[in-house]
Design a protein around this ligand. Structure first.
Ligand SMILES: NC(=O)C1=CN([C@@H]2O[C@H](COP(=O)(O)OP(=O)(O)OC[C@H]3O[C@@H](n4cnc5c(N)ncnc54)[C@H](OP(=O)(O)O)[C@@H]3O)[C@@H](O)[C@H]2O)C=CC1
Ligand SMILES: O=C(O)C1=N[C@H](C(=O)O)C[C@H](O)C1
Length: 246
């Protein structure tokens, strides 16, 4: 059976790549491309919508889809647990509708986050460095935020205290953003696509976890896996790991 798919943010870097991926899949049919100012209407009769827009638009797009019983795969960054939580009752009220929010669809990035979560309890120090193309509008990246949240939760569960840091003077924020007690640093550099390092340190050793997306096609196997799985996961699901069986 063919699944009908609409893409919101279709003219963007990710949206256009997602349109190509859907068109290249035998079991999927692209039935709609939507951009800023377009009326989403009935989404061209789509079974599943993919949203790669901006946070300010994404929530309204998702609510529009859910109200029409259309499953949604959300790649737009900036969705916090609190924002996802606000959706839950409305999504659950629609019965079988699924919303999958994934901070990162690259399989390696999902694994990197899982490895970071696994390693977190063994290390005194941890920092996250995300590196992206200079047209990215949000910082820190959704991936870095999610990684830091997962590390922070694992550290808390293990009873670890604050990361050691003697800094008392930092007028320009050189130590980065603090996300759940984890310093997060954002680099914007021409030539990059999407990259992240997690540095974990103990006395006398360091573990570096690094993932590189050199091309946006790296996100597509995850996007398509999400499109195929979202209908089998009613309610709101955060993280591609939940549909990959990790
Ligand atoms: N989860 C993941 O794996 C990944 C997530 N991302 C995230 O995806 C998002 C998009 O990234 P990217 O494609 O690079 O960004 P782009 O700026 O290239 O694309 C965003 C698109 O959304 C459109 N848009 C803006 N507002 C609306 C709206 N209200 N309704 C419909 N379309 C709208 C924009 O149109 P216009 O230009 O006219 O405003 C643009 O075409 C970002 O949040 C990014 O962080 C990116 C890569 C991977
Ligand atoms: O804007 C991007 O490019 C990316 N955004 C996502 C994020 O904010 O984490 C995913 C990936 O890093 C690429």
């Amino acid at each position: 059976m063919t699944t009908k798919v609409a893409v919101i943010g279709a003219a963007g870097r990710m949206g256009s790549t997602a349109c190509d991926a859907v068109e290249g899949a035998d079991d999927l049919e692209l039935v709609g491309r939507y951009d800023d100012g377009d009326d989403l209407g009935d989404l061209g009769g789509a079974d599943v919508a993919i949203d790669f827009t901006v946070l300010a638009a994404s929530e309204g797009n998702v609510r529009h889809c859910v109200a029409r019983g259309v499953h949604v795969v959300v790649g737009t960054s900036g969705w916090t647990d609190a924002k996802a939580g606000e959706l839950r009752s409305d999504v659950e009220a629609k019965g079988g509708v699924g919303v999958l929010i994934a901070p990162n669809f690259a399989i390696g990035a999902v694994l990197m986050m899982q490895f970071a979560k696994q390693a977190a309890r063994f290390y005194e120090s941890v920092e996250v460095i995300e590196l992206h193309h200079p047209r990215k509008v949000d910082a820190p990246s959704g991936t870095a935020t999610r990684t830091a949240e997962m590390i922070g939760a694992a550290r808390e569960e293990a009873g670890l205290g604050a990361v050691p840091d003697a800094t008392t003077q930092d007028p320009d924020g050189a130590r980065g953003a603090q996300v759940e007690g984890v310093p997060v640093h954002a680099v914007r550099l021409r030539g990059l696509v999407a990259h992240q390092e997690v540095l974990l340190g103990n006395e006398g050793e360091m573990l570096t976890l690094r993932h590189d997306s050199f091309d946006r096609v790296s996100f597509m196997p995850g996007v398509l896996a999400g499109v195929r799985a979202v209908g089998k996961h009613p309610g709101v699901t955060v993280g591609l790991e939940n549909v990959l069986g990790l």
